[in-house]
Design a binder for this molecule. Structure first.
Ligand code: GN1
Ligand code: MG
Length: 325
């Protein structure tokens, strides 16, 4: 029972499910008047939980050296360990960060700016990580070419209209397939905890996918998640994310910033679609067909991003010129 696991940390616990993640099982734990977050790491996604933990500790150490954001803390259990194996599953406990909230949906462009600044600051800070680079805890993570290889094995079963979209765009993003900096790897706006007024970012969470990647995978995922959360691809959101992010990341260019939301959104659509066709082994579902629906939502968002195309490139050029001056 999950409460038995929580008792490896605390004697007297109350538990309830927490969050809307598609990967781990996550619980809110109350013990001795304080709140904590217990997670069972999904091994169908992260094959090596100890690698995830050792890399997370390196990230937390370096991220703790900035003073702008609260850094999540792992909690030791009664054996003095911040994570442990029980019956072949790996568990860990975090201190809950109080007086914060997740934006669901995002409400305004000031929040998008604050989110861009937070993820930009993360890349700037993690740029100082001593060698060796963080390795992807999931092989091929965020590499479109890798996901297309898997997709191609099952593509014949995919709905025709989605096959056509993939085939038309699969070769467009060669510039984004390289790696150039340490990234967060899951820059959704709901991996940021805002203050209760929703004005500033208090803390960033979820470092499992931090790795050496391309700066624009984070930036693109942020714009994708902001627009998905707001249910519209507003140019104001794009500009606000870029204004927040770019001052922290000197690698930022207008063309790549404009292409990044398309790249990440197409990739996520392909990931959901492939998982649907392969029997939902990666993203958790509550009912059959849910991953197909998620794929369709990302393909719709991708189409909306494509329509912004050239506008966003010139908008990015103007924004970068302003932020540099
Ligand atoms: C997964 O579980 P969650 O929501 O933190 C996924 C991300 C996707 C996201 C889409 C390790 O993250 O890459 O962008 O779903 N994480 C992993 O909602 O695959
Ligand atoms: Mg995540």
């Amino acid at each position: 029972m999950i409460s038995d696991i929580a008792r490896l940390w605390f004697d007297d616990v109350q538990l309830e499910p927490l969050g809307s993640g598609h990967i781990h099982d996550t619980y809110l734990v109350t013990a001795a008047g304080s709140r904590y977050v217990l997670q069972k790491i999904s091994q169908s996604v992260f094959h090596d939980p100890e690698l995830v933990m050792s890399q997370t500790r390196r990230v937390l150490d370096l991220w703790s050296q900035q003073n702008t954001y609260v850094v999540p803390e792992l909690v030791d259990n009664s054996a003095g360990l911040d994570g442990c194996w029980v019956d072949g599953e790996y568990y860990r406990m975090w201190r809950y960060i109080e007086q914060t909230r997740v934006l669901n949906p995002i409400e305004n462009t000031a929040q998008a700016h604050a989110a861009g600044a937070a993820f930009g600051a993360f890349q700037a800070q993690l740029g100082q990580l001593p060698e060796p680079h963080l390795t992807p805890a999931i092989s091929g993570f965020l590499q479109l070419d890798h996901y297309l290889e898997r997709y191609d094995e099952v593509a014949a079963e995919a709905p025709r209209h989605l096959q056509a979209v993939v085939d038309r765009h699969r070769d467009l993003y060669a510039d984004l397939l390289i790696t150039n900096t340490t990234i967060h790897g899951d820059c959704k706006v709901n991996n940021l905890l805002f203050d209760e007024q929703g004005e500033s970012v208090v803390a960033m969470i979820d470092f499992d996918t931090a790795m050496f990647g391309h700066w624009a995978w984070d930036f693109g995922d942020l714009v994708r998640s902001v627009c998905f959360s707001a249910k519209r691809t507003s140019p104001e959101f794009f500009t606000a994310c870029l204004q927040g992010f770019a001052p922290h990341q000197p690698l930022t260019t207008a063309a790549t910033a404009a292409a990044a939301p398309c790249y990440v959104t197409l990739m996520l659509g392909v990931r959901f679609l492939t998982d649907h066709l392969c029997g939902d082994t990666y993203f958790k579902v509550d009912r059959p067909g849910e991953n197909l629906q998620r794929a369709q939502e990302q393909f719709d968002l991708f189409a909306a991003f494509k329509r912004q195309g050239k506008n966003w490139r010139s908008l990015a050029q103007e924004t970068l010129a302003q932020t540099a001056s």
